[in-house]
Design a protein around this ligand. Structure first.
Ligand code: AGP
Length: 607
């Protein structure tokens, strides 16, 4: 997730900005930069990699006197991590920093027909702004001209943005706008401070103003002219800031894992930005003629990413009618596998540094297969090794137990299956339309319904000391059962297994008794009656049953009710938040370190 800071005032701004960017490091980034407009004109510094590289670039430069300054940490979504793609972006007279995704950046680039210095969507903002500013009829009032140029620019942008922009015609001012990506400010005796989250303002401001969507305006050191979408001035509403920056980084949640569970709706929304046009799915990273070459797919990963691969295999087979193999990377790499050189080898990884997955990728490349990486970290080893990559757009995932990266992986695989199925003409228009409606609905589904978290918290007290858990499901809900079991065991240290519901009678049912807890994923849109009879067999042998379902089910000891849907993937995503929250609440009751569970690392870079 990118980060923004800004400052207008007479304090030395370079160190202020760099300190603010440091407070944003927790959000993850791969490049950073600052720009300052002061008595020595417009100065800009950018660097790829960690902040220390930017500090080196800045050297002993320090601002003098009144200044308008902006800074940014970038998590690559469009364009590789590089100095050219780092923010601030600028032209002759202006610099801009931006969070969010400009969906129509390609069309705007074509319309502007200018030379662009970067691959980013952001750069179109400063090109548009300077074009409008030059054409402003009345330059007698630079502030009105600047606001009018910003308004005209915003009117052409589709997508999400948090923008800070400085320009030579407005010394000591910052233009700003917010739509779909957080932005806030605070005013103190020594100036006006902007940020994309609380952390950089904690300890500097006592209060902050969280901009609302559609709000924009212009700020100076002691006043902010805040406007609504119609350009009417609005009174800022102030709010208290958290006491500490660590608390601020968790944005009110107890742990990063909890925060990341609740970030999932926005992550899915970011994934869909620019990829759904009417009833069509588009993945600009993968030309359809490239995809059409492949007769089948191998999906390869570890851990949670392997569970996403397994879920993706059902989707690719069903929607794109492709033969799909799914491999656990640590097994695959030593099996001397026989691979179809006409197949596509897809690796899935949150970190992009998992040793087994990287080696499996190299093995496939060595056998001449084309390779694709679905990964959350641009410029990672796996992304740099694969022929092509699709970034997950999940933002940094701090919790060792993966949550939002998993839902991002599954959504990306669902989009890939629809995109590929469309290219192969395996999907009729009506089916594609129904799928796209469900894809759009998934964003809302990942917000847990009111009260469900409290209900899971309350019932978790009954599941702290069993002699084990079975998570069971069929079809798509089998990989979800595996993921639910892994989440629980990773952070609660209780034994849990995911199992195909139909397999219980082939041995595991021997374990059934009152202290064996069965978490049953009973999807009404996927083999419900089959799963129900499997659960009845377990209940008849006294297993304690937790049913996760939209249907009334009288044999359950506990029911966690989900909302009724008419598509299995919507049930999948809502049940996913339930199993994530169940693991979180059990582990929290047991007093475990949810974000840093024992024996685990966020990225397993060794065998
Ligand atoms: C998931 O909660 C675990 N942290 C672990 O299984 C993880 O998914 C696995 O190590 C793979 O990591 P990757 O996605 O970064 O490759």
């Amino acid at each position: 997730m990118c980060g923004i800071v800004g400052y207008i005032g007479a304090r030395e701004a370079t160190s202020l900005l760099l300190t603010g960017l440091k407070e944003l490091e927790y959000r993850g980034y791969d490049s950073a930069g600052i720009a300052l407009l002061g008595r020595d004109g417009l100065r800009s510094f950018r660097a790829v990699g960690k902040l220390v590289n930017l500090v080196t670039k800045v050297g002993d430069y320090r601002s003098q006197g009144a200044v308008a300054a902006i800074g940014h940490t970038r998590w690559a979504t469009h364009g590789k991590p590089s100095e050219e793609n780092a923010h601030p972006h600028g032209l002759r007279h202006s610099r801009v920093v931006h969070n969010g995704i400009i969906e129509n950046h390609a069309a705007l680039r074509a319309m502007l027909a200018k030379k662009f210095a970067s691959q980013t969507d952001t750069e179109v903002i400063v090109h548009l702004f300077e074009k409008h500013l030059e054409n402003m009829p009345d330059a007698s009032d630079p502030e009105l001209a600047g606001l009018a140029a910003l308004r005209a620019t915003l009117d052409e942008l589709h997508g999400a943005y948090a923008i800070l922009l400085i320009t030579e015609s407005l010394p000591g001012k910052i233009l700003f706008a917010r739509k779909g990506s957080p932005l806030q400010f605070g005013i103190t005796a020594d100036g006006c401070h902007f940020a994309s989250s609380d952390a950089p303002l904690v300890g500097i401001c006592r209060e902050t103003v969280y901009l609302e969507d559609g709000q924009w305006g212009i700020a100076s050191a002691d006043t902010v002219r805040l406007l609504d979408a119609q350009g009417i001035r609005v009174e800022p509403k102030t709010a208290a800031l958290p006491a500490s920056s660590l608390v601020a980084q968790k944005e009110g949640f107890r742990t990063f894992m909890e925060k990341e569970i609740y970030e999932q709706p926005r992550v899915l929304a970011d994934i869909l930005t620019g990829r759904l046009r009417d009833d069509a799915v588009t993945l600009e990273e993968l030309p359809t003629d490239w995809l059409q070459r492949f007769s089948g797919v191998t999906l390869c990963a570890c851990g949670t990413s392997y569970h996403a691969a397994l879920a993706g295999s059902y989707l690719l087979e069903r929607l794109a009618r492709l033969p799909v193999r799914v491999e656990i990377a640590s097994e695959f790499r030593y099996r001397d596998p026989v691979l179809d050189p006409a197949g596509l080898f897809i690796v899935i990884s949150q970190s992009g540094e998992t040793a087994d997955t990287l080696e499996a990728l190299k093995l496939a490349k060595g056998q001449g297969l084309a390779t694709l990486a679905l990964c959350n970290v641009d410029n990672s080893s796996i992304v740099r090794t694969a022929d092509r990559s699709i970034l997950l757009r999940a933002g940094i995932e701090k919790g060792v137990a993966s949550t939002k990266a998993f839902s991002a992986q599954v959504m990306t695989l669902w989009l890939l299956a629809l995109y590929w199925g469309t290219a192969k003409a395996t999907l009729c228009r009506d089916r594609l339309s129904r799928e796209v409606i469900a894809v759009r609905a998934a964003v809302g589904v990942m917000t847990p319904p009111q009260g469900i978290h409290d209900r899971i918290h309350r019932l978790s007290k009954r599941y702290l000391h069993g002699h084990g858990f079975f998570f069971i499901g069929r079809d798509l809900f089998y990989p979800l059962a595996l993921e639910g079991a892994l989440k629980l065991k990773e952070i609660s240290y209780l034994h849990a297994e995911g199992y195909p519901a139909g397999e219980m009678k082939h041995g595991p049912i021997a374990l059934a008794d009152a202290r064996l807890f069965t978490i049953a994923l009973m999807a009404r849109n996927s083999l419900y009656d089959k799963v129900r009879s499997n659960v009845e067999e377990l209940s008849a042998r006294d297993s304690t049953i937790v049913a996760i379902t939209a249907e009334p089910f009288d044999l359950a000891d506990d029911i966690i009710q989900i909302r009724p849907y008419d598509h299995p993937m919507l049930e999948f995503f809502e049940m996913l938040t339930v199993v994530q929250l169940l693991a979180l609440e059990v582990a929290t009751r047991l007093g475990n370190d949810v974000d840093m569970p024992r024996n685990l690392a966020k990225s397993v870079t060794v065998e």
